[in-house]
Ligand binder design. Structure first.
Ligand SMILES: NC(=O)c1ccc[n+]([C@@H]2O[C@H](COP(=O)([O-])OP(=O)(O)OC[C@H]3O[C@@H](n4cnc5c(N)ncnc54)[C@H](OP(=O)(O)O)[C@@H]3O)[C@@H](O)[C@H]2O)c1
Length: 364
């Protein structure tokens, strides 16, 4: 593929690169100018072989990537907890090696064998096996499957879409599932655990945009102001969910749990009748020691949220909501850091040490 020339132009960070003299500024969703896919380009790649588990910057060619119908000149990716686990080897995320890291990517199409996508189209992919079973978004180019490629929804820029990324999609998917199961604002506030993190911050913003009162549960007392500024009406310490009795007084209409373990069990025990608790994460623990009491006495539902494998029709609907009535109002505040590929190792370490908050946008 190296040496192929495509008409292409990109508008990134309000700057344009590789300008074609015939180019006229249009919506970010379409772009055109002359671009050659270089013979080699930079990626952040993960290996696990006889030399051990390692990751870092590596120059590869397009045909080193897994096959796929759509080639993207990437603009942005993001850092999710799963990326940090994969990049450091602290979690078993990759099912094959080597792979380019990054579970999210957004950019412009430079080549497509699927006629639904044209050169210059702005697109995004989240989850869908990226950096798990196939090469991901941490590179100057990505080659992806068209079945999981989403046209950039009207109302979002490429940058917005990656501040959201898997984290925003997961928060919105949790709300989608809760509402499908009849959650309403009148049932009481929604609790969000791990609230200062990526999924947590976006859940606080999205849930409040959707009309719910949000109680943010966070171990970072110093981030209370931040959490209120993005939509939380109350900020509680983790000790609010430290109870271990099978049933407690009801404090929440439901919620989204990003941490697992005791806090999830306690949230179930404090949820109002027929409320929904969505389980998305395990930053504290993958264990759940609970009883059937909240389920059989109060009709509480525990809903699973698995963003990576979400069906295409639900995926499309969740992104449509994210670009419209659930569009977070504070994306710029939630994007607390921009990083390059070279800075990823330090971003991963800070995240796994619990020292980051909000979202890190990867600028490619
Ligand atoms: N199911 C899915 O589809 C899906 C999708 C995306 C992410 N996830 C999972 O969701 C979780 C959050 O992901 P993320 O990208 O938002 O990560 P993140 O940005 O690192 O946020 C995680 C947050 O969890 C809290 N936390 C960390 N260690 C904790 C501990 N020991 N006990 C209690 N709380 C702790 C912290 O919030 P506070 O300091 O504010 O308490 C931290 O900011 C991860 O487990 C991730 O794997 C799942």
């Amino acid at each position: 593929m190296a040496g192929f020339v495509y008409r292409y132009c990109v508008k990134q960070n309000h700057q344009q690169i590789k300008m074609d003299p015939s180019f006229r500024w249009e919506d970010e969703t379409k772009a055109s100018a002359a671009m050659t896919i270089p013979k080699d380009f930079r990626t952040f790649r993960i290996h696990n072989d006889t030399a051990g588990y390692r990751s870092g910057i590596e120059t590869i060619a397009l045909d080193d990537l897994n096959p796929g119908e759509v080639v993207i000149k990437t603009a942005y990716s993001s850092v999710n907890y799963k990326d940090a686990l994969a990049g450091t080897g602290q979690g078993k995320i990759l099912r094959t090696f080597p792979l380019v890291g990054g579970i999210d990517v957004a950019g412009h199409v430079v080549a497509s064998t699927d006629k639904r996508f044209k050169e210059g189209d702005a697109v995004l992919v989240t989850g869908s096996g990226l950096s798990e079973a196939r090469d991901g978004g941490y590179g100057d180019y990505a080659r992806v499957e068209s079945q999981w490629t989403i046209p950039l929804p009207t109302g979002l820029s490429l940058r917005d879409s990656m501040i959201l990324g898997t984290a925003g999609f997961t928060a919105a998917l949790a709300l989608f599932r809760m509402i499908e199961n009849r959650q309403t604002p009148s049932m009481g506030p929604l609790a969000v655990t791990g609230a200062s993190g990526g999924v947590g911050s976006l859940a606080v913003d999205i849930f409040s945009r959707a009309g719910y009162e949000v109680h943010a549960i966070s171990g970072k007392a110093e981030q209370a102001g931040y959490l209120k500024s993005i939509g939380a009406s109350e900020v509680l310490g983790r000790d609010a969910l430290a109870t271990t009795r099978p049933m407690e007084s009801t404090c929440f209409g439901g919620g989204l749990d990003n941490v697992g373990g005791t806090m999830l069990a306690s949230l179930l025990a404090q949820t109002a009748p027929y409320g929904n608790v969505a389980s998305a994460g395990l930053t504290a623990s993958n264990a759940l020691d609970t009883t059937v009491m909240p389920f059989i006495i109060r009709g509480v539902s525990l809903l699973g949220v698995a963003s990576a494998g979400t069906a295409r029709d639900i995926r499309d609907e969740v992104w449509r909501r994210l670009a419209n009535d659930w569009r977070p109002a504070h994306l710029d505040r939630i994007c607390t850091r921009e990083a390059t590929l070279d800075q990823l190792p330090e971003v991963f370490d800070a995240m796994l040490a619990g020292k980051s908050h909000g979202r890190t946008l990867v600028v490619l």
